[in-house]
Write a protein that binds this ligand. Sequence first.
Ligand code: PEP
Ligand code: MN
Length: 334
Amino acid sequence: MVVLLKKNAPQQQLDSLTAWLQSMDITPHISVGSHQTIVGLVGDTSKVDMDVIRAMDIVEDVKRIQEPFKNANRKFHPEDTVIEVGGARIGGGNFCVMAGPCSVESEEQIVEVAKAVKQSGAQVLRGGAFKPRTSPYAFQGLQGDGIKLLLLAKQETGLPIVSEIMDASHIPLFEDVDIIQVGARNMQNFTLLKELGKLRKPVLLKRGLANTLQELLMSAEYIMAGGNEQVILCERGIRTFETYTRNTLDLSAIPVLHSLSHLPVIIDPSHATGQSKLVPPMALASAAAGADGLIIEVHNDPAHALCDGPQSLTPEDFHTLMQKVGGILPYAFR
Ligand code: PEP
Ligand code: MN
């Protein structure tokens, strides 16, 4: 971080800036030029609030040279993080597909879908028990009972499970859930992220509807700062002016996140597009662009699904897609 001082900054104020920085273990390097005095900050500047410095009377401008995230940063951790869950490996060139219904609806439904997606090569079963719905009158999920049904499907098939948490008070219910999902709407629920940071369990962190990649990485940092390093980043489309698709899939997130971070990156083409016919092409594009995996909604009866039926693949369509994904992977860009 570099701080540019105003002309004729009083020495006394410069001294108090220096002392304040030193109290945070930052070493200030002051270079006095004929036109401008510059203070270079050396040390871990991830904890320094730029806005506080910018607001000081003697400061003209402040610039960050290094990214504000540390634990998630590839610069400090050059090798890819590989997360292992129940036999599945996510990251580091391993491709992992998570599939299942948007929401768990019944024992019959979740077990049937679990068996089908496993047969087609999915390594993790997805299923929402707590559903963040836009309308309070829409199906809210089976909640605790939904988790029990997922555990039953896990027992039947041996597939590890991923499910979304909406409130930190529900953490005890997720004890046997293999991967906890933080949905797009909760990406910046910092209280929830801090609680998940106390766990030692993989977290699938979805990008918010209108969040930058840096904000996504800062949210990952919240979880990692607590000591939980098992974070999987998920791009699920962002809101743009386009209305034909539910969201706009930001495929460039894959190489950008891979360059900035060592964490695995998976793509959700279901919520990105909102239409089942658009899911396979976007899934294939994601695999080709170097994603570490996919999370895809699959339902045994999409027309009658209680949530997100229009974007859900049938087990047959999912099977066809999985075969095509297998064909792309040897040529994927990494
Ligand atoms: C989901 O995975 O069912 C979901 C609600 O996703 P998102 O948070 O990306 O909207
Ligand atoms: Mn959904």
